[in-house]
Design a protein around this ligand. Structure first.
Ligand SMILES: [Fe+2]
Ligand SMILES: [Fe+2]
Length: 188
């Protein structure tokens, strides 16, 4: 089958009704696409992996099933193994090697895009003017977006060989164009 965004979006939205989960998928997609552009990789393919990485979370909200039990569903729908393997690799408990740039980028974008999104939601102008310093400050407040694993945020930047500040700035830039879709206020 041909992996297209249209198809990935259809699969995602058929299995995922929650708006916040759809927004998470969109945020990770935008972030992964940012890095695909930067690395000169296939933006649409990388974006599809990001869109689908948590597609089964509503069906399988626990780690004894997510994301591994989503794999047979994707297989049945005709998705190729490279996409399935990359999507599964985001899960720490599966301990799969992150041996491609795509797997590294997906892991690095998963938690941080959620966190930057959360930062934007509590600011009057959303992501406008949001700098790495204030994101870092919020990372140190355990009660803020408590579900985001800080250790994975730090490990992700390291995996990409970037400073945390650079990685944060990239994610903010990646999310800005889709701020409206993410339910964020914009300055204009
Ligand atoms: Fe996940
Ligand atoms: Fe995720």
């Amino acid at each position: 089958m041909e992996v297209t965004r249209e198809r990935a979006w259809e699969t995602l939205t058929r299995h995922t009704k929650s708006e916040s989960l759809r927004r998470h998928a969109l945020a990770v997609e935008a972030s992964v696409r940012f890095y695909a552009r930067r690395y000169g990789e296939d933006e649409e393919h990388w974006g599809c992996v990001a869109l689908l990485h948590d597609f089964d979370y509503e069906l399988h909200p626990t780690l004894d099933k997510h994301p591994q039990d989503g794999a047979p569903i994707l297989r049945e729908e005709g998705y190729p193994e490279w996409l399935i393997e990359a999507a599964l690799s985001h899960a720490e408990h599966l301990e799969m090697p992150r041996d491609t740039e795509l797997k590294k980028v997906l892991f690095a974008c998963d938690e941080l895009s959620g966190f930057v999104h959360a930062c934007g939601l509590v600011r009057p102008n959303g992501l406008e003017g949001l700098g790495p310093k204030s994101v870092r400050k919020k990372l140190k407040q355990p009660s803020f977006a408590a579900g985001v694993h800080r250790d994975e945020v730090y490990a992700g930047a390291e995996l990409l060989g970037l400073s945390l500040d650079e990685h944060i700035a990239n994610i903010v830039a990646a999310l800005q164009p889709i701020a409206g879709e993410l339910g964020l206020r914009t300055a204009t």
